[in-house]
Design a protein around this ligand. Structure first.
Ligand code: URA
Length: 292
């Protein structure tokens, strides 16, 4: 290879940083194209094959569930969902995720299933799953978009700058991470903090929906447009979605959901803080009302 000057190395690094490649995932480069080519040409294994012999039974069950081998009601999964180690289409992966979450009877089981799920390509570039923070018993659950760099490094949602503003928003109505539960629509960091694609959101939606169902809060607060659109099943703007409660069906009961501006947006556009404050007051009032 041609010798590069330090200026040229600097330019290459700057190019990567601008393209969103801002974290080294390993010490040595990995050729993912070669990996995918090998995967594509390898004979398909029966569902459940490929588990290491020392894989604990719970992890095996989780992995089989995540791979679509077990369906919601225990019936055999369709053949298309069974090979979710590398699903070929987003709708296959979303189907595998929907089937997998049915096996999760509590949040720990859901987390194990998500750890084993291979259907979302973001998992390959993220350093870890960012499942949740706060109190899963809380009456209110905040749902953001996707982890950023700090969240990816620490494995906890909202621990960067936006997270510090979220903490202030919580404090403004007497909440903190012991009285609120916090998660994201997409639990793996998109490279360069880009917005998750509609396909990535669709694949991960069954996970957050099940997480809400299992945490069973009285109120869900959607932080920002991607969260509000995904959970409220709407294409409307955040300005239209925010500020009022709508019913949200968890799967076992009807709770209330409200959207507000994402703290990262508020850092860029502080003018929105006034409306966000009104939204937080609405959350406070709803919590008080429900407690009476
Ligand atoms: N933004 C989000 O939507 N979620 C996080 O966890 C951090 C930043």
């Amino acid at each position: 290879m041609t010798q590069l000057s330090s200026d040229e190395w600097f330019d290459i690094l700057a190019f990567h940083a601008e393209a969103g490649v801002d974290v080294a995932l390993a010490d040595a480069p990995i050729d993912r194209f070669a990996e995918s080519a090998a995967e594509a040409s390898a004979p398909r294994q029966p569902a459940g094959a490929g588990l290491r012999p020392d894989t604990p039974p719970a992890a095996q069950a989780a992995r089989q569930a995540a791979s679509g081998a077990a369906s919601f009601h225990g019936a055999p999964a369709p053949a298309s969902a069974a090979h979710s180690a590398a699903p070929h289409a987003p709708d296959e992966a979303a189907l595998a995720a929907r089937e997998a979450v049915g096996a999760a009877m509590d949040l720990d089981a859901l987390r194990a299933i998500m750890e084993q799920f291979e259907g979302c390509a973001l998992k390959r570039t993220a350093s870890r799953l960012v499942f949740a923070d706060g109190n899963p018993q809380a009456r209110v659950m905040f749902v953001g978009e996707a982890p950023g760099r700090e969240e990816d490094q620490q494995g906890l949602p909202f621990v960067g700058r936006a997270g510090r503003l979220l903490d202030l928003m919580l404090a403004s109505i007497g909440l903190d991470r012991t009285s609120a539960y916090i998660a994201n629509i997409v639990p793996w960091r998109p490279p360069g903090n880009r917005t998750p694609t509609p396909q990535e959101t669709a694949i991960c939606l069954p996970f957050i929906r099940r997480q809400i169902e299992l945490a069973n809060p009285d109120i869900v607060v959607c932080l920002g447009k991607p969260s509000a659109q995904a959970l409220m099943n709407s294409t409307q703007s955040i300005s239209r979605l925010r500020g009022h409660f709508v019913d949200y069906e968890t799967g076992t009961r009807t709770i209330r959901a409200i959207a507000t501006f994402h703290p990262a947006y508020l850092l860029r556009a502080p003018i929105g803080k006034r409306q966000a404050w009104q939204d937080m007051l609405a959350v406070e009032a709803a919590l008080k009302q429900g407690a009476e």
